[in-house]
Design a protein around this ligand. Sequence first.
Ligand SMILES: [Fe+2]
Length: 392
Amino acid sequence: MIAPFSLNAVPEIFFAANSLKHLAKHILKYGNNIVLVLGSSSFSISSHYQRLQEDFTTHGISYHIAQIPGEPSPEMINSIVKSYSSDKIDLVVAIGGGSSLDAGKAISAMLVEQEDVALFLEGVGSKNPSGRKLPFIAIPTTAGTGSEATANAVISSVGEAGFKKSLRHNNYVPDIALIDPTLTLSCPRELTVACAMDCFSQLVEGYLSLNGSSITDALALDGIKAIKRSLKTVCADAEENLAARSDLSYAALLSGIVLASAGLGTVHGFASVLGGLYPIPHGVACGTLMAPANTITLQRLREKNEPSVSLEKYSELGRIFSDQKRKESSWYQDYFIEELVALTEELCLPLLSTYGITSSDTENIITVTSNKYNPVNLHSEDLHWIISSRLA
Ligand SMILES: [Fe+2]
């Protein structure tokens, strides 16, 4: 029998190569005066952007540009909102990686709230967001965070008192997610790898999450199959491989839908802490911790010596990655872990020490790391082991 479940709202989704040409039509459903949130530079200098600007002119759409140079900080969001708050903006459109989409999500909310965004951040501010916002269209140019389908925007402040916290409300799920995999073709290799590992870890953590359901499991597994088909191709050389890039864009979208309802595990618990304290890209933190976090999780599940849905799920993951038939369940579980270890090597995922993290920081990191939805509760020595295994 299917256990009861609920699924968070999902955006209206348009997934097709070259679908950016339909953006103007989607914008005009809401108005013609937009804040256009863009990432650092690659999209702005592309022919896609040139064509889009021509489309905007043809359709009488006015656009106010907000450039997001990196992960959005409260100051960045507040300053953009202040600049455009008297411009009668109809909607916000973000085109870029996870940082740009998160920034767009936050700007669409704060243009209505008209207050310091930090006041509404989980674990930082004291106010609950009302959920009121301007319509928001999300268009990813990387395949990774799944922000185009989630209800939260991650806002960061890096440094000693740094944080990486969410602005979250169910209403913040984008109104439209327009996914055009051709936009990811020119994504550089290093960024492609980090985004792909973010997406892969989200799918695996969502699938294994204690808060998952039949529907998030089904979506996660389909995303993981797409990862299996195309992750290595995309990370090796995918400039012209639209089929492989489409798989990754699809997997990223599914990962966002899954995580919004199922939650995540220890890898993301660590990644959010590390990202606030050190200049480590989110996807790199996720990728480098995937193998050790799953190794210890599988080991602790086995030690319980009892039938376990989570162990069965590890077997299923192994079956997806292996061509071998009719092996024992435990063989497939081991295979999945071996695959993660091999991937860590093959993709040259950096050690944590590359970003200035040392063994003396470990205690500080693990005391604030959550692993609420991990399939087994990991104790502090396990968390220590995970971090230590990626220090040298
Ligand atoms: Fe993530």
